[in-house]
Design a protein around this ligand. Structure first.
Ligand code: ADP
Ligand code: MG
Length: 325
């Protein structure tokens, strides 16, 4: 069922001057009040898609329907969307409070109201104590929270985030992504978050939308996209899968579904990587196919293998997921 908060892309194409097709007739319904991750390798068209939804890039062909109307021709401020940029782009000479309240000032809202709203937003992003500081007096993670507050103060239906965590160190990145999810839930609006990291998408998304070469290759709940990739590209990009060519066709097989057993396909171990909780064993099987088996640590060390060892690889037929070309 559709609702007023859904965002629908109808055959949306972006062609840049010079001929590159960055987004190729993409049609998709993004559900309202959900956390969506737009995932794909560099250059596949994620930012172009996001910028067209935000209104920062023109739509070459197609419609963008939000709240029941085509917003493709509206300026950014009239769409009900807000964008948080990868570079936080805070005004260096304005205090945190004034940065957050900036768009309300542009709208001519009275000072008292602006400050009250900015305080609410800073509370939401856990930055209430920092209102009087200048951006230069904040850490990268804190600047990002301020940028988030500034984007949210306009009450958008949809918040668009382009690789929002990429500048943070790994520890902060994991903390901040939990915060983003909490804030999305608390506000009950839609977040469309662009990332090239599959772990980030799996951790955050209600819906993962995988793009490849200007098109959507697969979309669905995180577990579904991970467990049942439809194409070899999605299986490889999500990681943790083998793509196998067997006599009966091409299949995805999760690396943690492959076992070293007494029975099964003959193979020779090529590499063994200790990964802490697991050990990654790559073995070459018939047809020169390298098959990755990810084995729980204790199980591996009960019968350790070395490169050059002959092994047999087993899996259940039900773990083979057919791929379309
Ligand atoms: P992603 O965000 O997935 O890395 P982009 O949407 O930025 O991908 O880019 C998609 C394609 O469009 C790339 O081939 C890129 O070089 C091209 N592109 C992006 N922006 C422009 C632009 N302003 N002018 C011309 N080509 C562009
Ligand atoms: Mg990009």
């Amino acid at each position: 069922m559709r609702s007023g908060d859904d965002i629908e892309l109808v055959s949306v194409t972006k062609r840049y001057p010079g001929g590159a097709v960055a987004v190729d007739a993409v049609t998709h319904l993004f559900r309202g009040n959900s956390y969506i991750c737009l995932l794909g390798p560099s250059g596949c068209g994620k930012s172009s898609t996001l910028r067209m939804i935000a209104g920062h890039e023109s739509v070459t062909e197609g419609a963008i329907v939000l709240g029941g109307r085509d917003v493709a021709a509206l300026p950014p401020a009239k769409r009900g969307t807000a964008m948080m940029f990868q570079s936080y782009a805070l005004f260096p000479h304005l205090s945190v409070t004034d940065n957050v309240a900036f768009s309300l000032k542009m709208k001519g809202e009275p000072t008292a109201r602006r400050r009250a709203r900015a305080a609410e937003m800073l509370e939401l992003v856990d930055m209430a104590a920092f209102g009087d500081r200048l951006p230069a007096q904040l850490s990268g993670g804190q600047q990002q929270r301020v940028a988030l507050a500034r984007a949210l103060i306009t009450d958008p239906q949809v918040l668009l985030l382009d690789e929002p965590l990429s500048a943070l160190d790994p520890f902060l990145r994991i903390r901040m992504r939990a915060e983003l999810k909490r804030i999305q839930r608390e506000l009950g609006i839609t977040f469309i978050h662009v990332t090239h990291g599959q772990d980030e998408a799996l951790a955050l998304a209600d819906e993962v939308v995988v793009m490849n070469r200007a098109r959507i290759e697969q979309a669905g709940p995180a577990r579904e996209v991970f467990n049942v990739p439809r194409t070899a590209f999605v299986a490889r990009f999500m990681g943790g899968h083998n793509v196998l060519t067997l006599p009966q066709g091409q299949f995805a097989l999760r690396a943690d579904a492959v076992r070293l057993e007494a029975e099964g396909a003959e193979a020779v171990v090529r590499s063994v990587e200790y990964q802490g909780t697991h050990v990654a064993v790559t073995a070459r099987a018939a047809g020169d196919q390298d098959i990755l088996a990810v084995i729980p640590e204790a199980q591996f060390f009960a019968a350790p293998r070395m490169p050059g060892d002959a092994v047999r690889l087993g899996w259940r037929d039900s773990d083979l997921h057919p791929l379309t070309a």
